[in-house]
Design a protein. Structure first.
Length: 288
């Protein structure tokens, strides 16, 4: 009788296992994706005022959720290790296909990401083992223009990713963070903000991404944002900053999705490019 009971219990366990087997993404990670965000909220403007900003919710959550569901472990990081701010402008169903339900789901997903509330410092990432990351992803919102465009630790990370041809992904305003890979990103930023174009070009002579095809929140879109959102002009535009450094810019008519891949670099133009950028990234990672 005892032997029979053991047989029954084993059979029942095997049956239950068929129903409760974890999905592949939960069983074994495909690797880590480093998600880099700004630590700042106050975007300086040409009129001396500041605009309260942060990351755009859709630009973070839509790609991050796709990466996680595909089996990648997400590691959040920013310069100060503080909780990054979400741009309140982005808390709108307009960025989620007009669906209030999708917006609320995104907010719930955001709230579950403990790593987002307590990100790693970029300095710790830069001095750690960068080979553990399959990709680095920087979502947009204007905040990267404040600190990431000249952050030395991010610059070191990007140069390492470039050297080893590891997937590098940036969305909307975030491609401006590629400027951190300059030898003297802060001086470049200063020259650019002061309209000293010749000096800026000289400082960008050794930029690792010189000649790369890329896209970013366009001057057309930035002009609309300056009028209707910032109510003043930023110190420089992301498109001008990347073009002056030697990027081969490719933008489309405002607010249409646009994603560009050149070698290890994947860039998306605007909030509408969130899904296409995430899907292309997953395709590239699968091929690698």
């Amino acid at each position: 009788m005892k032997a029979f009971r053991q047989i029954v219990l084993c059979a029942l366990a095997a049956c239950l296992a068929q129903f409760y087997t974890l999905p592949a993404s939960a069983q074994e990670s495909k690797g880590k994706i480093l998600i880099v965000l700004s630590s700042e909220q106050q975007l300086p403007l040409k009129d001396g005022k500041h605009f309260q900003t942060g990351y755009y919710l859709n630009e973070l959550v839509i790609p991050a959720r796709k990466f996680s569901e595909a089996g990648y472990e997400l590691v959040f990081a920013n310069p100060k290790g503080n909780t990054p701010a979400v741009d309140q402008t982005s808390l709108s169903a307009d960025y989620f296909g007009g669906s209030q339900q999708a917006l609320e789901e995104a907010e719930r997903y955001q709230a579950t990401q403990t790593g987002l509330a307590h990100p790693v410092k970029l300095s710790d990432v830069a001095h750690g083992d960068l080979s553990q990351y399959k990709a680095v992803f920087v979502p947009g919102g204007p905040a990267p223009m404040i600190d990431l465009a000249s952050d030395p630790d991010l610059g070191a990370i990007l140069r390492d990713f470039h050297q080893h041809a590891r997937t590098t992904v940036l969305l909307c305003h975030a491609p401006v963070a590629l400027l951190s890979a300059l030898n003297d990103a802060q001086s470049y930023r200063t020259a650019l903000s002061a309209d000293r174009t010749a000096e800026a070009k000289r400082l960008a002579a050794a930029w690792p991404y010189r000649g790369y095809r890329m896209t970013v929140f366009s001057d057309e879109e930035e002009s609309i944002a300056a009028t209707n959102v910032f109510h003043a002009e930023p110190l420089f535009t992301p498109e001008d900053g990347l073009r002056t450094a030697g990027g081969q810019m490719s933008t489309v008519s405002g607010w249409a999705p646009n994603v560009i891949q050149d070698r290890e670099l994947i860039t998306g133009q605007n909030p509408a490019s969130d899904t296409a950028l995430a899907d292309l990234t997953l395709h590239v990672l699968a091929d690698r």
